[in-house]
Each structure stands twice: as C-alpha cells, then as structure tokens.
Design a protein around this ligand. Structure first.
Ligand code: GRF
Length: 200
C-alpha cells in the first residue's frame, strides 16, 4: 500500500514511520512526504530516506478548498491509498476527505475525546489529569473527532512541564502510529459506526 505522510514541522512521527518501513514493519511504502511549509526538518528526514517530497504552500492558494484541491491532485499523482497526517498544521476540508474516504488518519497527543485541538499537552497540565497519552484516529470533518483506532496512556508526573510531558508522549506516539498504519495497510481494520475493529 502506498502512503503519503503530511507534515508541517519536525517530523519525529514521520521518522518513526520511515524507520518502521525500513524494518519492514509498516506493511506499505511511503510514496510521498508533503509539507505545507518549506525548509522544515521533516522534509530533510524524507530526503535522507530517499522518499519523494513536495511542498504545497497554503499561502499560494486563495481558500482552504483551493488548497485541498491541489492536495488531492498531488496525492492522486503519487497514487496514494492512505494518508497519514503527522503534525500537519492544517484543518482539512470535505474536498480532501471526500476524495479519500476512510483513508485519512491522524495522531493527536492526548487521550481523545479529552483535549482536542491545539496544545493538548498544555491543556492536560492545566486540567491536572494524572493520565494522558496519544490517539490515532480516522479524520472526519470535525476537530480531532473521528473514530479512534488506537490509544496509549502516558502518566503526568509531578513537576512535569509541557516539554517533558510532550517528550514522554512522543515516545508512545512513535510506537503507536506505525503499528496503526500497518494494521490498515494489511487490511486488518474495519469501522462500524464509531467503533474500529483491529484484527491481529
Ligand atoms: C505530535 O505530537 C502529533 O501528535 C501532533 O503533532 C506533533 C507532531 O510532531 N499531531 P512531529 O512533527 O511528528 O515530531
């Protein structure tokens, strides 16, 4: 299965996905890494792994729909069947989701439905929860609201700040995301309403 990974920044999740592919533990191939921002570390990581990259700047498109039409064009050109958002700092529209129904997934640094949106780790600290984590979910039209594929719990420790908590969650993200993508790529995932079933 051909995957695209959409990024905007450092790309540590992209790296975990590329490393899993190298170990033959992804069940598919990263055919394209697309960023909406030029010059980011994620693009370097892709180039290092020999994966085709593309920069599609949102600044060059008049509307979200126009941007998403260009995005769909780029993904179709690369013959992509699964799209993994990995720190892609854009809200996607129906234009994009309708073109790839049930084929777009995201990773979020909280145990959804708690703390959707920006700064999930900051939200967790502000709320005083003892347990947070990360979630891989299918993307629907809402904000971090689609059916949940997998989750990992991470403790919040006394004295944590945002950076320490973020780092602890990332360790789990890097295991959770490649495993979830592999399950999809191997055809082991089915969705029934909001429930996602993963066969082993
Ligand atoms: C991760 O925390 C991910 O959960 C969120 O954005 C961050 C991306 O980090 N959606 P990276 O670019 O993969 O290092």
């Amino acid at each position: 299965m051909k995957l695209a990974v959409l990024v905007s920044g450092s790309g540590t999740n992209l790296q975990a996905i590329l490393d899993a592919e190298k170990r033959r533990e992804l069940g598919g191939t990263v055919a394209l890494v697309l960023s909406n921002v030029a010059g980011v570390k994620a693009l370097e990581r892709a180039a290092q792994a020999g994966v085709p990259t593309r920069v599609l700047s949102h600044r060059e498109h008049a509307s979200r729909e126009a941007y998403d039409r260009a995005l769909v064009g780029a993904l179709r050109e690369a013959k992509v069947e699964l799209v993994a958002l990995a720190g892609f700092m854009r809200i996607v529209t129906g234009t994009f989701l309708d073109a790839f129904p049930g084929q777009v997934v995201n990773i979020h640094p909280s145990l959804l439905p708690a703390f959707p949106g920006m700064h999930a780790q900051r939200q967790a600290l502000a709320h005083g929860v003892r347990l947070t984590g990360c979630t891989v979910h299918f993307v629907d039209g809402g904000l971090d609201s689609g059916p949940i594929l997998s989750q990992a719990a991470v403790p919040v420790l006394d004295g944590d700040d945002e950076a320490r908590l973020t780092a602890r969650i990332l360790v789990e993200e890097h295991k959770l995301y490649p495993a979830a993508l592999r399950a999809i790529a191997e055809g082991r995932v089915s969705v029934s309403g909001r429930r996602v079933i993963i066969r082993s």
